[in-house]
Each structure stands twice: as structure tokens, then as C-alpha cells.
Design a protein around this ligand. Structure first.
Ligand code: NAD
Length: 282
């Protein structure tokens, strides 16, 4: 965001060309303001796909980000040479890992304003009677228990700080519009969407906003699990015929929505499960 300000003295500025008016000696300065300046975020599943995109978008808007993932290689790749991001290895299904991740965020960046519960998994698209108990359990452990543990680890420090905060859960269009072949994955996202509203109602008094983003199928690491097909340009085309905006999702669709929901632009928005789907759920 650019903020144009008239300044009269040597007030500090981030970026500008000072345009001096010779007669009145006032100066026109252009400030580069990030929408998440001075915010600190913890993003899970940040070693790939949406989580990597959200981490980059947050950092570009001025936030510090703890990039969390079970996959160290992916997480380190997300961080790259950025000084606004740091990697922390964690498994979202483990309570002790959550405590360590929230502690690490506060230790490294001083606080933790924003929690993005993005890590997720699915079994490969198939008839529901073929889904094994192990596949069901893993799906609910990562997608639902991970969010439960994350909120329990993050909320107390947010309440204690008395500065409010933001939780963004990554659900799915399947939460409201389940399709064949992913029944229990969609049910796990239905639980996340329901919990999003419950958490928003419960913690609103503490100025903690809780929303979820419900993306359409997107070409990330989970594409082949969701569709049961390899991720090729031809196969992506098979999913666009009933999307009003005429394409599948892109990581940037979700990352820009996450920036909006995390920023003060969304300060009166809570308890919303926002479909980011090109109109697919109409
Ligand atoms: N891609 C899509 O089409 C789509 C659509 C709707 C919703 N989603 C949701 O978006 C989220 C991100 O998925 P993605 O599409 O970017 O997939 P992805 O596979 O690219 O990324 C998921 C990340 O989560 C990490 N992860 C998995 N289990 C973990 C655990 N136990 N602890 C910590 N990290 C773990 C993985 O290592 C990976 O880096 C998921 O919640 C997914 O369900 C994806």
C-alpha cells in the first residue's frame, strides 16, 4: 500500500522521493506501507503450496513469519534468504510441537498475532468404502486435531496479550459442497468450517477474529490426491467446465485472501467460511 503524506520536517520515512516545494518548504513523501507491518504470523504446512504462498505474501506485506512444516526441505526452501521468515520443524498432530512452535515464534519475533492453520492431508480420491481406518485417522488427525491443538496452543497467549489476533483456517469448498470420492476429507473440512464459526463466537470478546478460506482445487502437492489424476495441464482442464470464472484455483488466490483476512481491512469480519472458488459453489 502506498501512503502519500505531506511532511514538513525530517520525520523518518521508508521510501520516498522528496518533492520540495521551493516556496513553502513542505515535502511530498511516498511511504511504502505493508498491510501487515509489525505483525507476526505462524503458518503451518508452509513448506509447500498454499502455506508457502501465504508465508511469502505475508512477508511481502511486512509481517514476520514462522514457517512451520513437518517437511524440513520444503520449509527451508520457503524461507530462502528472507530475513522476515524463519523455519520451524513441527508436526501439527503433536501438542508438544505446538507449544514449541508458539514459544519459538515469541522467542524469535517477540509475539504471535496471526495463526494460519493450513497444514492438511488427504487420501487419494476413491470410493468411500475403500477408505481405510488408517487413512481416515490420518486425515482427521492432521486436518481437525491439528487445528484443535493449534488453537489451544495459540489462543491463551493472544488473550493474555490483550491485543486481539487473527486465526485463519484453510478449509475447502468440500466443507459446504462435498463431492464423491473424498467423503471423509470433506467431512474433516466441514468440521474445520464449523469450528471456525464456534471459535469466532467464543473468542470475539477478546477481539480474536477467526475465519476460514475454502479454496477450489488448485495445482499444489495435493492435486492428484483430490482428483485421482496426475497434475498435468490436460487434467487441470477437466475441472474448469463448471467454474463460472473458467479456471481452477491458483496459490495467489488463497494467499491474497489470507492477507486480506489477516489485515485490518477485514477488522469486522469473523466467523466467515469464504469460498475462493471462481463461483464454483454457486
Ligand atoms: N490444493 C487444493 O486443491 C486444495 C483445495 C482446498 C483446500 N486445500 C487445503 O489447503 C491446505 C494446504 O494444502 P496444499 O494444497 O497447499 O497442499 P501441499 O501438499 O502442497 O501442502 C501441505 C503441506 O502440509 C504439510 N503437512 C502435512 N502434514 C503435516 C503435519 N502433520 N504437520 C505439519 N505439516 C504437515 C506438508 O508437508 C505440506 O508442506 C490443506 O489444508 C488442504 O486441505 C487444498
Amino acid at each position: 500500500m502506498r501512503l502519500i503524506a505531506i511532511a514538513s520536517s525530517t520525520h523518518p520515512y521508508l521510501y520516498s522521493e522528496v518533492i520540495q516545494h521551493p516556496e513553502i518548504r513542505w515535502q511530498l513523501r511516498i511511504y511504502d506501507m505493508g498491510r501487515l507491518d509489525e505483525k507476526v504470523a505462524l503458518v503451518t504446512g508452509a513448506g509447500s503450496g498454499f502455506g508457502a504462498g501465504i508465508s511469502h505474501a505475508f512477508a511481502a506485506e511486512g509481517a514476520k513469519v514462522l514457517v512451520c512444516d513437518i517437511n524440513e526441505e520444503g520449509g527451508m526452501k520457503t524461507v530462502g534468504s528472507s530475513t522476515n521468515m524463519a523455519f520451524h520443524k513441527m508436526d501439527v498432530t503433536k501438542a508438544a510441537d505446538w507449544k514449541a512452535a508458539v514459544d519459538a515464534t515469541i522467542q524469535k519475533f517477540g509475539k504471535c498475532d496471526i495463526l494460519v492453520n493450513n497444514a492438511g492431508t488427504s487420501y487419494r480420491n476413491k470410493p468411500t468404502s475403500d477408505v481405510t481406518e488408517e487413512e481416515f485417522q490420518k486425515t482427521f488427525d492432521v486436518n481437525v486435531k491439528g487445528v484443535f491443538l493449534g488453537c489451544n496452543a495459540w489462543v491463551p497467549q493472544a488473550i493474555q496479550n490483550k491485543e486481539g489476533g487473527v486465526i485463519i483456517n484453510i478449509a475447502s469448498v468440500g466443507a459446504s459442497r462435498p463431492r464423491p470420492g473424498l467423503v471423509w476429507y470433506n467431512a474433516s473440512k466441514g468440521a474445520v468450517a464449523n469450528a471456525t464459526k464456534g471459535l469466532a463466537a467464543e473468542y470475539g470478546a477478546h477481539q480474536i477474529r477467526v475465519n476460514s478460506i475454502c479454496p477450489l482445487v488448485t495445482s499444489t502437492g495435493l492435486f492428484s490426491h483430490f482428483t485421482g489424476m496426475e497434475d498435468t495441464p490436460e487434467n487441470r482442464q477437466k475441472f474448469i467446465f463448471n467454474v463460472p470464472l473458467g479456471r481452477i484455483g491458483e496459490v495467489e488466490d488463497v494467499s491474497s485472501t489470507a492477507v486480506f483476512l489477516a489485515s485490518s481491512d477485514a477488522k469486522f469480519i469473523t466467523g466467515v467460511n469464504l469460498d475462493v472458488d471462481g463461483g464454483r459453489c454457486i
